[in-house]
Design a binder for this molecule. Structure first.
Ligand SMILES: [Zn+2]
Length: 697
């Protein structure tokens, strides 16, 4: 799901390119791929035991009532270690059914009512029959089933016990009513985004227990992989976009009937509506199918470019994209609340916002207005589409790791720039990494990352900063400390091992410790050969498992007399000898040999992260020290060197740090340079903060 990452927020709402646009010509259609998966030689092998579900569905959309009537055959295989005699199902759409569902209750309490149309607020999935076919040629037998008090869950009693390895054959009949579009699901006018509309079996975990959590305000979804063959029957004037590849399409009277196939996906979502322009392109053999309202067609090349760059980055980093298609739905006017949501091989994006010419004249600029949502939602094809972590139990594994991947995608896209800018504010560039650093400033709401979605109270607002951005800051800080190559290889180890699986946070931490080693060296050896190290597991557990933050400041920076031997000392014979008078000459009047530069640096945050400290001296020389930050403060001295300035984390790689504006201190009396960037980017941050504080995210 999309959240207010500062970069995306800035790009989407504050600044956007305003160059005039010419509607490009719609490219010729590309034949739909015959298979939903790319050839094995390209996409790699698929673990057969990851396939749990096999769906055949026929669904009919009533364009007037926005209701979908469906029958489904589901073959479900017990891949768990235990015998089961009942299966819990998710009925996610029931979250929209009443004001007191776990999901809507929290949303209403938190005042998140924008987009709700009270006349069409309710959505639901009503299961009208479930049967089991006990043997291949046998007649189906009706099963008993019941919703729980929390109606996003229902329990289905099977005819008998199902042993590990056995498959049950179920028939379901259900109706799914869509609400007016709200929270990324529903209809607007004749358009509908049909998201979580299916009754879906819960995941049977490796320990034999069910992951049968209700849908709560922040939680998303969790399901097993499988096959889908879905026939959609919609009004003839509709255009359809869906998970997988279209294998058949025809018009029958006033109805359009299309069949889609998908494989190794954990959900099937679709969109349907009139007057949608289909813009098809290809990248690396993958068909990119964009569905756009006519007034957004000019944005199609921008989204293609953003998606292609993200595909390149993620395939290189995390392994091949396995599917043959990706569908991008641009919600039409009135359906904006459907934007920014990910489903397997289909996601919704958002509009490019044009910036008024006066703002461009004032030095505002941006690089990817609107496209950031495409980068983020495509990223979910990996971080949750393939690495199908439990979004209820560990939302950071998909949203936070995806945000990390989004940053890496931008670094790859603009690899010829050290820190690519994303927006310019009054001519001052703000980079994606600046955006992350700035975000840590909004730290009052930061909580422990590693909590389940329901633990984050929507009225507090800590979910986005914590789950999305603190996770990304944690990972990118580790990447900077351990070295990008080592970190990237370790993360690649995780994505390769856990493709088409349900990894947990412990699995990710284990993969990073395995790839990086238990300890990484984060400094050059000192004169005594000493190096500063970071315990990878300890760091990750503290950064993800506690609400502790990282913060440093310079308490003192100055020059002081060197300790002299003036006064009386005993000589070898035991007699007192005068070594000279005490001089209280001001430091400024002493020769350099007689003084020492010194700085006292404090760690004010509870989280321990090693940090570099740069000292700049009057003679133009510099010194760099790496401090392990284990103690609360350190006093650094430079005998015989006249200090001018001290900067903590000069490279700005501790993305977790909350306040960077106190990281630089000038020795009293030293003239502070006027250039903005002189203070290591802190003033840019202050400027960005001022703008953000003025507008409010
Ligand atoms: Zn997301």
């Amino acid at each position: 799901m999309r959240r207010l990452l500062v970069a995306g927020w800035l790009a989407a709402h504050v600044v956007a390119g305003a160059s005039c646009r010419v509607d490009p010509t719609v490219p010729a259609p590309i034949p739909a791929p015959a298979e939903p998966l790319r050839p094995e030689a390209v996409r790699g092998s698929i673990p057969e035991d990851a396939r749990v579900t096999d769906w055949t569905i026929a669904a009919r959309l009533d364009g007037e009532t926005h209701r979908v009537e469906a029958t489904a055959r589901l073959r479900w295989t017990n891949r768990g270690p235990a015998v089961v005699s009942q299966i819990p199902f998710h009925l996610y759409l029931n979250a929209f059914r009443a004001a007191d569902t776990a999901w809507l209750r929290e949303g209403l309490r938190a005042g998140r009512t924008s987009g709700i149309d009270p006349a069409h607020a309710w959505g639901y999935t009503d299961v009208t029959a479930i049967e089991q076919v006990p043997a291949p040629d046998a007649e189906p037998v009706a099963l008993s089933y019941a919703e729980r008090d929390e109606p996003t869950l229902m329990d289905v009693q099977l005819l008998g016990p199902v042993a590990p390895g056995q498959t049950v054959d179920l028939r379901l009949t259900f109706e799914s009513q869509l609400p007016a579009v709200y929270a990324r699901t529903g209809f607007a006018g004749e358009f509908q985004l049909v998201g979580q509309w299916l009754p879906k079996p819960a995941v049977l975990r490796g320990d034999g227990t069910w992951a049968d959590d209700p849908l709560t305000f922040h939680s998303e979804f969790f399901s097993d992989f499988g096959r889908f063959e879905v026939t959609l029957d919609v009004p003839a004037r509709h255009t359809v976009g869906a998970t997988g590849t279209r294998v058949e399409s025809h018009v029958d009277g006033d109805r359009r009937v299309e069949t889609y196939r998908a494989d190794m996906v954990h959900h099937f979502a679709w969109a349907s509506g009139p007057d949608l322009v289909v813009w098809e392109t290809e990248h690396d053999g993958i068909v990119i199918r964009q569905l756009l309202p006519p007034d957004a067609v000019a944005d199609a090349p921008l989204h293609h470019e953003a998606l292609a760059a993200t595909l390149d980055s993620m395939q290189a980093r995390f392994g091949p994209y396995p599917w043959s298609t990706i569908t991008v739905v641009h919600p039409p006017a009135g359906a904006g609340d459907a934007g920014g949501m990910e489903y397997p091989t289909l996601f919704t994006t958002s509009r490019r916002r044009a910036l008024p010419a006066w703002a461009v004249g004032l030095g505002f600029d941006d690089r990817f207005s609107g496209a950031f949502v495409t980068v983020h939602e495509f990223g979910h094809q990996y971080f949750q589409g393939m690495l199908a972590s439990n979004e209820y139990a560990e939302p950071w594994l998909d949203e936070g790791m995806n945000t990390t991947a989004n940053v890496l995608a931008y670094l790859d896209r603009y690899a010829d720039e050290a820190d690519p800018w994303i927006v310019k504010i009054a001519g001052q560039p703000l980079s994606l990494l600046d955006g992350l650093r700035v975000q840590q400033r909004f730290a009052e709401d930061l909580e422990a990352v590693d909590q389940d979605a329901a633990a984050f109270d929507p009225t507090v607002g800590g979910y986005g900063p914590t789950v999305y951005r603190k996770t990304a800051a944690t990972m990118l800080t580790l990447r900077a400390l351990a070295g990008p190559e080592a970190f990237d290889a370790a993360l690649r180890g995780y994505t390769e091992t856990w493709r088409f699986r349900h990894p947990t946070g412990d699995d990710l931490i284990a993969a990073l410790v395995d790839g990086l080693g238990a300890e990484v060296i984060v400094s050059e050896p000192g004169p005594d050969g000493h190096v500063v190290t970071l315990d990878v597991r300890e760091y990750l557990q503290a950064a993800l498992g506690t609400a502790d933050s990282v913060d440093f400041d310079v308490r003192h920076a100055g020059n002081r007399p060197r300790v002299s031997s003036a006064g009386w000392h005993r000589d070898a014979a035991g007699d007192l000898v005068d070594a000279g008078p005490l001089h209280l000459t001001p430091v400024d009047d002493r020769p350099d040999d007689d003084i020492e530069g010194f700085a006292v640096v404090h760690r004010t945050g509870g989280l321990v992260v090693p940090v570099e400290i740069d000292a700049h001296f009057a003679d133009g020389t510099t010194d760099r020290v790496t401090w392990d930050a284990a103690a609360r403060h350190v006093t650094l001295t430079w005998p015989g060197r006249r200090l001018q300035r001290v900067t903590i984390d000069p490279a700005g790689v501790v993305f977790l740090e909350q306040r960077r504006y106190d990281n630089t201190a000038f020795v009293p009396g030293v003239e502070v340079p006027r250039r903005l960037e002189a203070a290591g980017g802190d003033l840019i941050e202050a400027l960005a903060l001022a703008i953000l504080a003025g507008v409010g995210p």
